[in-house]
Ligand binder design. Structure first.
Ligand code: IFM
Length: 464
């Protein structure tokens, strides 16, 4: 055998071995849905059922934050930032209509509601707190309690005041103190009635979309800055957690972070470069967060690109619960281009949602398993489908709740589930075209109508 042949055989053996190990370690879970009985999905009696929203997406009148600026701006080529130049505007008028929206929570039979406080309305200028706005949120909380609905507050859900943004937002580590001050004030104000708090919603999405893809504000495309913002958000969470825990009511409050887990699977399971791009995405988007809370270590290791390492022993002790948002997975195909290294693919055997992803309930099971490593109680703080024609919502709800129940039966400590969303709302860069609501909203009349596909959610919730 010539030397060249030996080298070729050697490389092929190494390649095949690597692919074999990758397939073994990261199997693609697929269930035979035809053979699964989705009629019997029964949850424990004490399970928390809720729906979720966020201020900017539903309240209306959010005109003093990073997103209101963004909605009125254009990219370098003159293209609007939001699909068809839409703006959040009056959104669902939830600011005024919240009492009737909360009647809908009773109609659904849920017992919890996750919503966010709009920092830019509460502190419109640096260190100026608006008493009327704070009283408004007291009314919101009381209105939930009057209906036997547990209020769950999110302190940062993608938006913050323009004054904070102008200081560099979460790009600057020194700015953390402004957010900590806001959180402290909110906790002092509401923690006698609110016992569950989410610090930051989807730090990975916020950082990747704002600083890597540039689809969210501030529209930057800088991988190193993305890593820095992620680290800063995680450190901010730790600081907020420990600050609030030491305040009155801190010890009897549940405080956690909300993180979206998205699986990244290689499009061609035999192709090493598809594996490389999917593992890198998984590393940036999922693993660094899980490791931070499991081991207190923040480590990004993409040789020649980003390498950073930092540890904080307080991180392992900074969660009373882990808030998991899950929607889908992404099939990654390597792209030989200098600008983009990968593209997304959609298999024919998976049902597409209106967003750029498919229905993949098995990934919900995988996501729950992966965050179970952190060893904290889990709340599903978001899960839902954009389905304008309402012909996939029922199947989505059944499959995802089946996956959740299965994960619980296999030992996952999941305490509750919040459907995203109570009603159609402003879906960020997608504007109003993505209809995630259990209730359809007619944005001209503000009329809400329960969708047929949502009936299955109601049935499962009320099986208690
Ligand atoms: O609407 C968003 C929400 O604000 C954050 N999580 C994902 C949802 C659906 O895309």
């Amino acid at each position: 055998m010539s030397m060249t042949l030996i080298i070729i055989v050697f490389i092929l053996v190494i390649y095949a071995g690597a692919i074999f190990l990758l397939n073994l370690n990261y199997p693609l879970l697929k269930w035979d849905w035809e053979a699964i009985d989705l009629k019997k999905i029964i949850f424990p009696k004490n399970f928390t059922w809720g729906t979720a929203t966020a201020a900017h997406q539903v309240e209306g009148g959010c005109d003093n934050n990073n997103w209101s600026d963004w909605e009125n701006s254009f990219d370098k080529s003159g293209k609007p930032r939001i699909r068809e130049n839409q703006t959040s505007g009056d959104a669902c008028c939830h600011w005024d209509l919240y009492p009737e929206d909360f009647d809908r929570l009773n109609e659904l039979g849920v017992n919890a509601y996750r919503f966010s406080l709009e920092w830019s309305k509460i502190e419109p200028e640096e260190n100026v707190f608006d008493r009327n706005v704070m009283d408004h949120y007291s009314g919101v909380i009381q209105s939930l309690i009057d209906r036997n609905i547990t209020p769950v507050i999110t302190l940062h859900h993608f938006t913050h005041p323009i004054w904070f943004d102008k200081k560099g937002g979460f790009e600057n580590s020194e700015n953390r103190s402004y957010f900590v001050r806001f959180c402290t004030k909110m906790f002092n104000e509401y923690s006698d009635k609110v016992k569950m708090w989410c610090t930051i919603n989807e730090p990975g999405v916020f950082a990747v979309m704002g600083y890597f893809t540039g689809i969210f504000p501030p529209g930057k495309q800088d991988p190193k800055l993305t890593a820095h913002v992620i680290k800063n958000l995680l450190e901010t969470h730790v600081q907020v957690y420990h600050t609030l825990k030491n305040l009155p009511n801190g010890q009897d409050s549940q405080i956690g972070i909300v993180k979206n887990i998205n699986q990244f699977d290689p499009w061609r399971r035999w192709h090493l470069l598809d594996w490389v791009v999917s593992r890198i995405n998984d590393h940036i988007f999922n693993t660094i967060f899980i490791d931070f809370f499991e081991k207190g270590q923040f480590k990004i290791n993409i040789p020649g690109f980003i390498q950073t390492s930092h540890s904080n022993s307080k991180a392992v002790d900074s969660l009373d619960f882990f808030g998991l948002n899950y929607y889908s997975h992404s099939y990654m195909k390597f792209k030989p281009s200098l600008n983009e290294f990968f593209e997304h693919q959609f298999p024919a055997d998976e049902i597409k949602t209106d967003m750029e992803y498919t229905i993949y309930a098995e990934g919900f099971y995988r996501a729950i398993q992966s965050v179970s490593k952190i060893n904290k109680p889990i709340y599903i703080t978001e899960n839902g489908i954009a389905d304008k024609t309402d012909d996939r919502r029922k199947i989505y709800i059944e499959r995802y709740l089946f996956a959740l129940r299965k994960a619980m039966e296999n030992g996952a400590d999941v305490k509750g589930y919040f459907y995203w969303s109570l009603m159609d709302n402003f879906e960020w860069a997608e504007g109003y075209d993505m209809c995630f609501g259990l209730y359809e909203v007619d944005f001209k009349t503000q009329k809400r109508t329960l969708r047929k596909g949502a009936e299955r959610f109601k049935e499962i919730v009320n099986q208690r």
